[in-house]
Write a protein that binds this ligand. Sequence first.
Ligand code: GLC
Ligand code: CA
Length: 558
Amino acid sequence: MTDTVPDQKHTDEVAAWWRQAVVYQIYPRSFADANGDGIGDLPGILSRVDYLAELGIDAVWLSPFYPSALADGGYDVDDYRDVDPRLGTLDDFDAMVEALHARSIRVIVDIVPNHTSNRHEWFQEALAAGRGSEARDRYIFREGTGPDGSQPPTDWVSVFGGPAWERVDDGQWYFHNFAVEQPDLNWDNEEVRADFLKTLRFWSDRGVDGFRIDVAHMLTKDLSDPLPSRAELALLPQDGSHPLIDRDDVHEIYAEWRQVFDSYDPPRTAVAEAWVSTPERRAKYASAEGLGQAFNFDLLVADFDAVEFRRIIADNLAQATLSGSSTTWVLSNHDVTRHATRYGLQPLNGRHVKQGTEWVAAGGPEEQLDREGGLRRARATTLLLLGLPGSTYVYQGEELGLHEVADITPAQRQDPAFFRGAEFDGLGRDGCRVPLPWTADGSSFGFGSGGAHLPQPAWFAQHAVDVLAGDPSSTLSLYRDALRLRHRLQTGESLEWLKTDRVDVLRFARPNGWQVVANFGAESFDLGADAEHVVLASTPVSGAALPGECTVWLAPDD
Ligand code: GLC
Ligand code: CA
């Protein structure tokens, strides 16, 4: 197994490959199913390497493919150094990495350090070993309250809804920030720390280029007595001293991890999933002494609005300067409603719920999903993002113009957030995790020969890869064209804002003279003589009029 992408010279530029990379997120169970059991697998990914290469991405990030009972879509890990037998073997993993590297596509894997699954051998050991044991010290066990300890230690609520403590047979309680099947690890425990270093080396040795760190801001905790109540907890500032969230001491862990990353050539990269309160707090995760990069999720909650986009872009570029890292841009991932759908609901960033068989925006006028408008806006924002300095994360299926799938019955749903009533947009996260359509006909739209583990709607046929691939105006073609041209556009990591005299039109230039003009408004915008320089448009442009809800790239004369 090679340590590095083959044939590359080690230069600083190679080491910094991630700074302006386009990273494609694969949710492995829903990407491609090679053996027809209804679940996507690693041989399935291998079979689609040509597709990924043609798309023009720089890296893939694989959501967890480790052994798991899927209580939380694989984020409940039974064994961090193996492949779920339903998804393949370690040999399949090696073959996949080799094929991706052969096409110059880097590989990022997901590390889930906040919690294991309840089936992990450590947790099983902890249950068997009983109170006060070393095995229990790897997790967060406590006595309950009330005269007989039958009440949980606190009234805290888990992220997915319901109590954050679960009682075990001998009467003790364990803490779980997420599902009951995801007991939180105790990061004060040396064995826990050492074991994750081993995991990072395990995958690095297998040629993995980087890591995405799940809930990176929650690992360390201060659970000294007296524990605050839920209400008190909510009032505590998240300034590094909060008992559960974004504590300063978490960075000691990442400093240790950095030593491991830097012991490889080129150094392994990492990106933090850190939902923290300010850009300054986020910069700590992105520092060169820490993980190196952190997700910027601001656009996941932003409206389709030029002023808001401009503020977020400016803030995040400034923050990248602060940390020395590069910015990340994300419009969709496996945890949120697909952006085409968010922009198709009123207000134009849907928090949506389902009424009957229709989507309606929560808190907004009850309007049906505007599929066309949503996709038009999604294409416009995607092209804007791909023109920005920094790296962009693309979630599988967005290149097919997919909308969120609403028609999943409760019996078919898998997301624990749905069942425990947490506020993940009311319907939970299954709607963005439906297996991809590869062909307009055939079993499960070409996903595999044995059906799909979440139901695919009939309209998936219109979004199938084989339909879109030959159509130059399709969303897939737009992504391919943009990623091809992006190599010419991406030079220095800066931009200069240009005046437009319109508050709903953003325009900026990159150091090499490439420009991006994004019209968020309904009225067209006059490009004047610059119309000649349009090399790419999110929707057709004729003459000098940039239509509403459209983004273009302008290239300077050679
Ligand atoms: C992260 C993941 C999400 C998962 C949670 C718990 O937020 O992105 O899918 O449910 O962590 O691991
Ligand atoms: Ca399979």
